[in-house]
Write a protein that binds this ligand. Structure first.
Ligand code: CA
Length: 234
């Protein structure tokens, strides 16, 4: 499995529970999400952030999905999936030629929405390569004697475990390491370590690396699978 850039799904939905349920399902499918409940907040957010796809509810406070779809199409081709509580609305929406990419009727199963999102993304950009800057292992230099990692003249010190985790991941950029593989590399003395221990070391490691390289995300979690190293601009 390759390490791929995480896509961001904007969920425009005023039913808070539904929005957070969908967000959880999308997180399981390794998407980043952002939720907006107010119709008027959508365009300003899109002016300053990027989304790979929008799940847009029809009935929203202050500005509805139809108006929003038209607003967004003025400046963006981002894929839009519209959701509506009324099945009879879908024909009407299709007739309006809003430029949405798909329509889903509520109540929906979040699992189905995730499948439809994947299908739309595949259809829109079948051969789109994720925007990953070339792997730059030379960005960091690791000193196995002092357990320090440096970028240029700046350096930070890591714990033994943090250093070994980083060293393992860093030696093979983009390769996905399972928690077990990481543990095997680190604990050659066969000590039993729980998965969450790896997670908490990675968490601390990421925090330290942020101090060193605030503009980069270096260690990426692949849900349920493990971690990989890749220098990507935030
Ligand atoms: Ca609504």
């Amino acid at each position: 499995m390759n390490c791929i850039t995480q896509k961001t799904i904007l969920i425009v939905e005023d039913e808070a529970k539904l929005a957070s349920l969908l967000s959880e399902y999308l997180a399981l499918a390794d998407y980043a999400t952002h939720i907006i409940a107010d119709g008027l907040a959508v365009v300003p957010w899109l002016r300053t952030h990027s989304a790979d796809l929008i799940v847009l509810d029809l009935m929203l406070p202050n500005r509805d999905g139809i108006e929003l779809c038209r607003d967004i199409r003025q400046f963006s081709n981002v894929p839009i999936i519209m959701t509506t509580a009324r099945i009879e609305e879908i024909d009407r929406l299709l007739g309006l030629a809003l430029g949405a990419d798909d329509y889903i009727c509520k109540p929906y199963s979040p699992r189905e929405v995730v499948a439809r999102i994947k299908a739309v993304l595949r259809r829109i950009n079948p051969e789109q390569q994720p925007t990953i800057i070339p792997s730059t292992p030379e960005l960091l230099s690791l000193d196995p004697l002092s357990y320090r990692v440096s970028v240029g003249k700046q350096s930070i010190s890591l714990s033994t475990i943090e250093f070994m985790l980083l060293n393992t991941l860093h030696q093979e950029p983009t390769r996905l390491f399972s928690r077990n593989q990481l543990m095997d590399n680190i604990y050659s003395d066969q000590r039993v370590v729980l998965d969450r221990t790896v997670d908490s070391h990675i968490k601390k490691l990421r925090k330290k690396l942020t101090v060193l390289l605030p503009d980069y995300e270096l260690i990426h979690a692949m849900y349920g699978a493990g971690y990989c190293y890749e220098a990507r601009l935030k």
